[in-house]
Write a protein of this length. Structure first.
Length: 328
């Protein structure tokens, strides 16, 4: 049975609003974001409870981002701890990392001993799946390093984005919904090759997030059964800019905006007729800064930043020069 259109639309709108709020966490802070997200989560849960169950398709080809984690030196850790203490450690680890995965729109597909397998885009695909996977991995590393225990714990994380087949596997008595394909094998190999406390991603993941994270290219990884080595990157951290331009398409190639001559003409006309004092906009420095923030919030929210690129290097209109960040 399919969801009615109004309900499905409302659910999509709520999920989109949550994703937008989550992207502003670094800018607005936990005190602002968490209460807003909590209210939206309650609305989403209430609506999802009203929705009829949607049967999972038998098989479906999807491009998803795959995340594997594993505890470094888990055999030695387990040997040095009482079984109950080790079980508690793994349970806390799974809980913390699982919550982070879910918060970043991912799904924990399996808990694999002391590690786990998470999928981003398994049920609904988004162009932000690779970014969400990497952000979840970075937050997971921070959460694990903050755990207080008898011995410090580190995890390795590997992430790959690729084509898989989603579907149920198993016998009649026990089936699980999971992904299969070469992409799964490569993600697992990346995890095993990652340094302790590190997040290693493939080029197929990196090309979706170029410019969003600070990364260090690594030597090409030789994977058994593959003819060519795999280019990998070690993710250091997310770049601090709250608004950033993510390059899409072919690296190193930029194309001009086409079909927007009328809009650019209107924008130029508005600029040229704006009130000025002494050749500048008639505002104080603080007022001008406030206008810049408001303008950039509007532009970035509506996806119109590309329209302003022709003005980015304008000496005549310094207010429209595109800053690294609209915030101090």
């Amino acid at each position: 049975m399919k969801l009615t259109d109004p309900l499905e639309t409302h659910l999509d709108q709520l999920r989109h609003s949550m994703a937008v709020l989550e992207s502003q966490r670094a800018t607005l802070g936990e005190a602002v974001i968490e209460p807003a997200l909590m209210a939206l989560r309650e609305q989403l849960a209430a609506l999802e409870a009203q929705a009829p169950a949607v049967p999972t398709p038998a098989e479906e080809r999807r491009v998803i981002s795959i995340l594997f984690t594993d505890v470094v030196g888990s055999t030695a850790l387990a040997e040095s701890l009482d079984p109950e203490e080790w079980r508690h450690t793994v349970a806390v680890l799974h809980e913390r990392v699982g919550e982070i995965i879910q918060k970043h729109q991912g799904t924990v597909a399996q808990y694999l001993g002391d590690g786990l397998l998470a999928l981003f885009g398994a049920y609904s695909s988004s162009e932000h799946d690779p970014e969400n996977a990497i952000r979840a991995a970075l937050y997971a590393q921070s959460a694990v390093s903050a755990l207080n225990g008898a011995r410090p714990i580190q995890i390795r994380v590997g992430i790959h984005t690729g084509l898989v087949v989603m579907g149920e596997l198993g016998s009649e008595s026990k089936k699980e919904f999971t992904a299969t394909g070469d992409a799964m094998n490569l993600a697992a190999r990346l995890q095993s090759a990652a340094p302790p406390g590190g997040v290693l991603v493939s080029h197929d993941t990196y090309r979706y997030v170029r410019g969003v994270f600070n990364v260090t290219p690594q030597p090409a990884l030789t994977v058994k059964g593959r003819q060519e080595a795999v280019q990998t990157y070690l993710v250091r951290a997310a770049k601090p800019r709250p608004f950033r331009t993510v390059a899409r398409g072919v690296a190193g190639i930029e194309t001009r905006t086409v079909g927007r001559e009328a809009e650019l003409g209107q924008l130029q006309k508005c600029i040229s007729t704006s009130p000025r004092i002494g050749g500048r906009f008639g505002y104080s420095s603080s007022e001008k800064r406030g206008l810049e923030r408001a303008a950039w919030l509007t532009i970035c929210a509506t996806g119109l930043s590309s329209v302003l690129k022709p003005f980015a290097s304008s000496k005549r209109e310094p207010m429209l020069a595109m800053p690294a960040s609209p915030f101090p």
